[in-house]
Each structure stands twice: as C-alpha cells, then as structure tokens.
Design a protein around this ligand. Structure first.
Ligand SMILES: NC(=O)c1ccc[n+]([C@@H]2O[C@H](COP(=O)([O-])OP(=O)(O)OC[C@H]3O[C@@H](n4cnc5c(N)ncnc54)[C@H](O)[C@@H]3O)[C@@H](O)[C@H]2O)c1
Length: 451
C-alpha cells in the first residue's frame, strides 16, 4: 500500500516506519522543515528504542521518503494519516488547530486526486472532532463528498513512548472508527498484518475510547498518590508495602496455572511524583473541558488532575524539610525525561521540580542520558542557571546537598552511593530504590512513607 503520514512526531514517525517493515511505501510530510531536513540527512528527529534500525532499513529498501511538498506526499497515497499534535491551550482545552490546518491543506490536495483515498485521524481528538470538524473541512476544501470522493477513519494510537515500536508492532487492539464500509475494508487490510483484535465502531466512539483508556491509567496513578499522601500522615506505614499487597488481589493479578500473571497495569498502581508526558495531562484536561462544555462536571477526573498537580510541589516540600532551607543549596536531579527510554520532556515532573527549586534560590544540577537537549530548549535563557549532564559519572562528582530521582532510568540502579564518601540525602520520587539495600551514608526520603 502507499501511505502518507502528515506529522513526523513520535506517533507519525513510529507509525510510518513500522508500516515500512510490512513492505508498505511510506511518504512523510511535516510543516517543520528542520525535521524533514534531518530525515533527509538520514537522521531521526526523535529518540525511540529500535526506531533507528527500522529507519535505516526503510531507507535502504527505498520504502521511505520525506517531503515538504504535500501534493507529492498525497499523490500516490491509498491511506493518509493525520498524526499532528493536539496540544493543550492556556485554558487547558484541546488545541485542534493543527488538525484543522492539516485537514484544510489536505482537502485542497484531494481536489485533483483520483480514486478513493482514506483519510485517517491518528491524533488524539475529543469526541465529535472527526465527524463535526474534520469531515466538513475536507469536504469544503476538496469539493468532494466523504463516502464517495474519499473515506474517513478515526484510528486512535495507544503506543507508549519508550516502547513505541514494540507497542505498534504488537498491538493489543486496533480501534477503527469508520464512516463507511469501503474505508473499513482498506484499514482492516492494512492492519491484518498485526495479530490483534479489531474494535470496529463509529468515529466518536473511537475518539472516546482513547480518552477512557488514558483516564483510567491516570486515575490509577493518582489513586496511588492519594494513598501516598495518606500514608505519610501515619508514621511507619509505607505506601509501597500497602500497594504491594493490593497487587496480590487476584482480581487484579490472577493466578493461572499456579503462577501470578503480574499484569502491566500494576506498574501504574504505584506511588511517585506523578504523571507527565505529552498525553495524560493534556488528554485529561481536554476531556474535563469537553465534558463541562457538554454540561457534565467530571469530578473524578478533576481530582485525578488535581492530585497530580500537587506532586512536584509536594516533593520539593519534603526536600525542603530535609535540607532546612533550599536557598543556596545545590540539588541534583536524576532524570529529565517524563519517563525512561525517551528524550521527551513535555510536561515532565522533573522540569516542574527544577522550576520550583530555581524559584527558591536553589542551584540545580541535572542528569539525563537522552533528554538534556530537549530540557535545555524548554528552559531557554534559564538553562544557563542549570548544570546539565549527559554523563552520570560527571554528575555524581558534583558537590550536592541532595539528590532527587524523578525519572526511573535503569542505569540509576548502578549508582554506587557508598563510593561517594559523604552523606547523601536522596529523595526517591519513584519508589525506585529499595531503602533497606541502600548503604548507610544514604538518607532516603521515600514518597508515601514517614518513619
Ligand atoms: N506521543 C505519544 O506517546 C502519543 C501516543 C498516542 C497518541 N498521541 C497523540 O498523537 C498526536 C501526535 O502526537 P506526537 O507526540 O507525535 O506529537 P509531536 O508534537 O511529536 O509531532 C507532531 C508533528 O506534527 C507536525 N505538524 C503540525 N502541523 C502540521 C501540518 N499541518 N501538517 C503536517 N505536520 C504538521 C509538527 O511539526 C510535529 O512534527 C497527538 O494528538 C497526541 O496526543 C501521542
């Protein structure tokens, strides 16, 4: 099949590149020339484990092109994926202007296009967007009718950054909201190479499924953090121990053939410094806003967001209690990416913690193996105030009054605190370290536990 991808970000590039592995010809278009230049020079603009290798192979096989010419991208395409960003506006509602622009530009290109191209919305959009906004824009700009001139589909993406390639190639389900039978057939053919059940539905249900999914996961995280707050009020009770026992409930963790299944969902039932990233915060806020516009106040979701918003401040407060005052102290941050195995810092709790520390007159050193450049970009002129490290050993040589672990990069397990030869105050924002196994020179402050 010939596939065009509009938007070369984490979702667009992963989608496009993974399709080349199935032998499809993919052409990527983006409005960001810098991204296209990088792609044309054989460089990926994002880091995602495994993607580099697929990229190399796709280029060698001649299955991948990148273009700034939309007509060229759309010319031969059987399916055209819109995977542009849908960020959060100031008022926390969803900004769909990138989707609207892409739909307008694409509609214009559809005027001259032969056949029955299928337009696929991959971006996360609130229910009704594809049907009520994208469809009329495409029809107006193309002068064609959906169902005869082109097909329309909403195909939400569930990949997780850090394991995006695996998630795309081994999906748990393929959700397809389709306007008509013809596009349903084409999409099923495209995804038949993946061993996953289809959820065939209408456009707004497909949109709602994505929000329901993210809301559930975010709820588990805030639920765990609510218990962390509560456990900190009861000396001697550790949220980690409490949740470990909850994980053994066989309704959450069934025993099959005498063995625990340990489902991945349990990894979200853990206390820490809260969720970040480009999806959960913006998607929950978008849904709350959407819901209120529809006349329903989603109290549970509002609490999920509210609890999460307190996390960065809460961690800084605990640190401040350990250090007395934060003014003039030097604090080291372990991890800048919003989660391990990505260079994405969008809505990362680390950045919020750093902002708060800088505001209190604290000097900050920060380490991350992948995300330093993106963090520097985020801080702009303020970046000068922070000492950034990509190399862990150099970071550990800094004279630090305390360290805060924010991103659970596996290499942090290898830190030999004993060799640092001084007392280390370590705030563990992810329940990452086993307190009992840490050497004596470490004073560990754990989320959800007060001795
Ligand atoms: N990142 C994730 O883990 C993830 C997972 C599932 C769903 N999503 C959703 O997928 C969508 C994309 O997310 P992302 O993280 O890949 O975003 P991103 O910001 O990494 O990439 C979006 C890209 O779209 C480009 N773009 C903007 N307007 C365009 C236009 N008119 N034509 C072509 N390109 C245009 C931007 O230049 C950018 O390169 C969002 O709606 C997001 O919520 C993201």
């Amino acid at each position: 099949m010939n596939i065009a991808i509009l938007g070369c970000g984490y979702v667009g590039l992963t989608t496009g590149l993974c399709f080349t592995e199935k032998g499809h010809k993919v052409i990527c278009f983006d409005v960001d020339k810098a991204k296209l230049d990088l792609l044309q020079q054989g460089k990926l603009p994002i880091f995602e484990p495994g993607l580099e290798e697929i990229f190399k192979q796709a280029k060698e096989k001649g299955l991948l092109q990148a273009t700034s010419d939309l007509s060229n991208a759309v010319k031969e395409a059987d399916a055209i994926f819109i995977a542009v960003g849908t960020p959060m506006r100031q008022d926390k509602s969803i900004d769909i202007s990138f989707v609207e622009n892409a739909a307008r530009q694409l509609g214009n290109e559809l005027k001259e296009k032969q056949g029955f191209p299928v337009i696929v919305i991959k971006s996360t959009v609130v229910p009704g967007t594809t049907q009520e906004i994208v469809l009329p824009l495409l029809e107006q700009a193309s002068g064609k009718k959906a169902g005869t001139g082109f097909g329309l589909c909403m195909n939400p993406e569930f990949l997780r950054e850090g394991s995006a390639v695996k998630d795309f190639n081994e999906p748990d389900r393929i959700v397809l909201g389709c306007l008509g039978e013809k596009e349903k057939g084409l999409m099923q053919e495209l995804y038949s190479a993946y061993n996953a059940p289809f959820v065939l539905t209408n456009l707004p249900t497909a949109e709602m499924i994505k929000y329901a999914n993210n809301s559930l996961i975010a709820t588990l995280i805030s639920f765990s953090n609510e218990f962390a707050n509560l456990c900190e009020k009861v000396p001697g009770v550790s949220v980690e121990d409490v949740l470990k026992a909850v994980h053994l409930d066989f309704r959450l963790n069934p025993i099959v053939g005498g063995k625990r299944l340990n489902p991945n969902i349990l990894t979200y039932l853990r206390a820490g410094c809260g969720f970040g990233g480009s999806c959960f915060p913006k998607d929950l806020n978008a849904l709350i806003h959407f819901s209120e516009k529809k006349g329903y106040s989603p109290e549970l979701l509002k609490s999920v967001v509210g609890i999460n918003q307190e996390r960065a401040g809460h961690l800084v407060e605990r640190l401040s209690k350990e250090l007395g005052s934060l003014d003039g102290k030097t604090v080291g941050i372990l991890g800048l990416a919003f989660k391990p195995e990505t260079d994405d810092v969008r809505e990362s709790q680390a950045l919020k913690i750093i902002q708060s520390l800088l505001g209190k007159g604290t000097r900050v050193s920060a380490h991350d193996p992948m995300a330093v450049e993106n963090a520097k970009r985020f801080f702009g002129s303020e970046a000068e105030k922070i000492s950034f490290f990509g190399d862990l050993n150099s970071f550990l040589k800094e004279e630090l009054d305390a360290m805060v672990l924010v991103t659970a990069w596996p290499q942090y397990r290898e830190i030999d605190f004993a060799t640092l030869g001084r007392e280390v105050i370590l705030v563990d924002g992810r329940g990452f370290f086993n307190r009992e196994k840490l050497p004596e020179n470490v004073r560990c402050v754990s989320v959800g536990f007060k001795p």
